[in-house]
Write a protein that binds this ligand. Sequence first.
Ligand SMILES: [Zn+2]
Length: 415
Amino acid sequence: MVNSPLGSNTLGSLVPSRPAPDSIARRRRAGLAGIVLILALAAPRGAAAAPERPAPQWIGPRDMTDVLAAGKIRSFSRMLARMQVATANQNAFDVTYYDLDLHPNPANSVLTATVRTRASVVAGPVSTLELDFDNTNMTVDAVTCAGGPASFTHASNLLTIALDRPYLTGEMVDVTVAYHGTPLTGGFGDAFTFQTHNGTPLITSLSEPFDARLWWPCKDDPADKADSADIRVSLPSGMVTAGNGVLVESSDNGTTAFRHWKCRHPIATYLVSIASFAYSLVPDTYLPAVGPAMPLQFYLFPESVPTAGVVNQKVKSMIAAYATRYGEYPFLDEKYGEAQFLWGGGMENQTCTSLGVFNETTVAHELAHQWFGDNVTCRDFHHVWLNEGFATYSEALWAECSRATWARARSTCRS
Ligand SMILES: [Zn+2]
């Protein structure tokens, strides 16, 4: 993830990205610093010599990487304060599969959906199954277990489902939850949002680190990746949904636009994502050292196609550069994609990064997360520095590989 500062949006004239919360906080702090400086200058003379202070530092491009890093640290510090660890019940099962069937309604901003969860019991017997799910804005309509109706309670952001019988270690539990609601705003400002862009509906998600539970019931713990997932989305005609994995079905009958994405690699809940808009799809291909070409799919606002294309045409070279150093792209049998959204940064959703800025550094950073964060995932978010550390290192690695950007990168590095 990259949380960009104001002014870094290379599509600024085209995309009205909202300032990230960190940027606002930074400006407020800058204002307070100015007040403190004025008070210091007004202090009476003749007082004892104050301890020597370092000269004020000019904050410019040379320090921008520090500003970005500080923004991430502040953001994740806030998130960690909200972290809820897995319950004892959740530690007794291992999720193997999620099936999301989403029906977002842009007209009233209500998400109506069903989510099926299959899990293997690892410490039975268990008679209930607990899923993380917001109970402030989201209402559970019905639950089934093994195909039959099941009773449940929904409180303290935990959905507790009574199973049809005790399940022993090694047995599979199969539950489906039907629900609806308008999801709460997440920690980064976008969990599952209904917006418009140029008057057209735009629906996007951003679930890192603990916001998947705001829009779908799940075991919201990066230590337990599902082995696979299906994501089905039904929306009004004309909307195009980008998602994780491979597109296996797409239709638009003039009333409803339906898309089914199939993810067959292990995936953490915070990396499950959709982005829906009247996107323009720009295709490209990456040719690996061995095997067939892999599709690249860039879902863009139509007016952004020319500008974003300047950097996106380099993505296949970025993948090749990382592949020679980190190993081949980890989702070679699926794809790499991007979906444009209005958040002022990027989020490395698995095989389909959500992007609000299209500068080369951000694109290279988010791509690197496919190796570090998505394929290899930290057990909990106390270790997220590993994700961000490798992705930030990869920015410099790409700069080194790309002669066109090397001189600029060198001029902004610390001496
Ligand atoms: Zn990152």
